[in-house]
Design a protein around this ligand. Sequence first.
Ligand code: KIV
Ligand code: ZN
Length: 384
Amino acid sequence: MTKQIQFFDTTLRDGEQTIGVNFNIDEKVKIAKQLEKFGVDVIEAGFPVASKGDFEAVSAVSRAVKSTRVTGLARAKKGDIDACVKATKDATHKQIHVFIATSPIHRESKLHMTREQVIQSIFDSVSYAHQFFDIVEFSPEDATRTEPDFLVQSIQTAIDAGATVINIPDTVGYTNPAEFAQLFQNLRTNIPRFDEVTFSVHCHDDLGMAVANSLASIENGATRIEGTINGIGERAGNAALEEVAAAMYVRKDYYNAESNINLSETKKTSDMISNFSNMPVPHNKAVVGDNAFSHESGIHQDGMLKNPQTYEILTPEVVGAHKTTLPLGKLSGSHAVMAKLQKMGYEVDKDTMKIIFPKFKAVADHTNIVSENDLEYIMQEVNV
Ligand code: KIV
Ligand code: ZN
């Protein structure tokens, strides 16, 4: 059966935890509206107790979006939960996201709490939050470095207290896809109501595995993916939601999963985040990088001209990006140069290319990309 996957966007919360990124309220509202067009199911608009600005941003986003669910983040503390209640009061659809760390390193070195105290705190905070929200999402922070038995106990406690969404954060991007599969197997075996709960994952990219881990989780029982646009976030960032969505689309044969994501809004959403965060998207970034649909070498350009499917598994139109380009450089072949000249209006054939192509190569050897102007100049020179 086809799985329905929810997308939870935390660009405005975890994404803003990127060093140097600070969206103003106006930008946050614009981003939230664009995320709504992109089709995400939940927007994590901020951490209301953290600052007056965050509180106001969550309130403004709650008023601005209509079809997308809005959440605020709260530690397992009454004051944090109260701030979320107030900040999301005008949201048409809302939920809350409560978290506490469960791994031994966080319990002992950061929280100074015993296992029993953490369990009590989960129960108290989730039951308190459940009085105000129908949907309570609980995250055991650093879940992937938590002892498997204690992870089960923490999650079971949250479910007993009223949580209907359990998010598994790979807080430090430590786990690999095979381990994510094992983690889900353990939860499926030991959580009796596994199928009644929405399981979510929140993967960080410290070892470059955030997207792969998110996709592995879809295969193993997760039906909600958390991440950010362009993968921005703490340290190496979060799972890039546009990459997860594109992988689900291209590999539908494998994941057999659908979502509400409107892929044609991908590039626009990515550009907006890049502008407001002042973080240029790397040229070679999957799906939204400038080079994602550019083909440089002669063999690849020849293949593309014969059948674009030789080297493109996703077309730029699908993600709302600019057209495929075949930039001409020193690795380009005569076939691609001839096609370009014909497009520019020149009547060239295989014989005239024997004169033109050596001139092209001479120019290409001294420049990165041979421009249309360069080609005009070559054509004047050869005079064919
Ligand atoms: O990375 C993390 O663990 C988080 C939690 C608050 C979900 O961002
Ligand atoms: Zn995170």
